[in-house]
Design a protein around this ligand. Sequence first.
Ligand code: SAH
Length: 463
Amino acid sequence: MDLLPLFFDLKGKDVLVVGGGEVALRKAGMLIRAGAVVELVAHEILPDLAEAVAAAGGQNCIGDYSAGRLQGKTLVVAATDDDILNRQVSEDAKAANVPVNVVDCPALCTFVFPAIVDRSPLVAAISSGGASPVLARMLRAKLETTIPAAFGELAELLGAHRDKVKAKFSHINRRREFWEDVLEGPVAELALSGQMVQAKKVLQDMLDAPTEDKQVGEVYLVGAGPGDPDLLTFKALRLMQKADVVLYDRLVSEPILDMCRRDAKRIYVGKARSDHAVPQDEINQRLIDLAKEGHRVLRLKGGDPFIFGRGGEEIAGLAAEGIPFQVVPGITAAAGCAAYSGIPLTHRDYAQSVRFVTGHLKDNSTDLPWGELVHPHQTVVFYMGLMGLPVICQQLQAHGMSADMPIALVQKGTTKDHKVVIGTLSTMVDIVKNQQVVAPTLIIVGEVVKLHNTLSWYNNEKS
Ligand code: SAH
């Protein structure tokens, strides 16, 4: 993050604006709306600007800027067309530790004005960090059309009841649930349709209702897909925003994790650097314990939770304890990697069936049903197969598959590091030896791999 968005309380604070033209008018107007007392300095001041500043209790000073004017100021804005003066203001302000904005010159600023969607007290601020103010404004326009005008009044209503809700529910989770009920229920509906009196009454009724005993929470076992956040389902996203604790492992990419609720507690249960994963029993128990404490627990897993994800084991304990849970399917690595590599897993001409198998061979043993895997017109997808690649290639040939059978190794499929390595059963081991391959990787074996050459579209670097 280049810039941290903060919301500044400027009520009654002295701010300095250098410049007296149109740009200064816009900035001063915004500062005045936020309650600031503006001191304006310029050789010439637009009449509208002078009037606005004076009406808000500020001061118009015709004359030269000098560093002394920064004394006691909370912020300073330079809005002149004189580059030397703008630079001087910026340098003086930085030396005096006064936050400074020089309009249209990010390099001289210590803060920038965002594009604003104002539904006070609800305010959304958007910034592109100076990269593209036009893009920020477009996003603002989009938000303007999607955030109902009544959000401001709704926020005011909720704000007026915060203390009462705090007094009624001492636990933060209970308070959050109460507010979610308010916002997903009739209070919000009434407020948004302009019926504020009714909305207030329903909110009061909800507050007067007797407090229920501490409830057990629930668990959402959610498939996060193979990596690209755009491949999440709507349901996954909704529950990710709802849960207050997240248990995730190595396969869940950072951008996806960032889409969980900001204040949710994150617990990593994958392999640590020491290479020891949290044992499965411990994860199962943790889910039960957290739910019993009343949490809404998100168990976020790469791909689909029921495909080589041990999802079944994780919910068995919950079912036995009578803890409510939901399972949300995700796009499994085979589907994601195949689609993004231009390799249809089935195809009328090449494969009428597809098998997903795990290549994680215990103690290097070869306990896979190799005979079944060499069927003609079948695609075989190996999860967790990188370590076992030499055994896979050798055993498939030993059981009658052609040495020329095409094979694809997909690295970090669907992410920006997506890479496809193509070979045959006889060449693949050597090809991979000369490549830097990064986990996770998926192996696809079958005639359909040939189609990669013509159908590949994503990160289109052929290897
Ligand atoms: N439940 C997951 C699979 C977990 S097993 C799913 O449905 O996808 C872990 C294996 O999945 C990895 O070893 C790798 O073979 C595969 N995998 C998961 N994500 C992948 C990705 N983005 N690219 C390539 N392989 C992936």
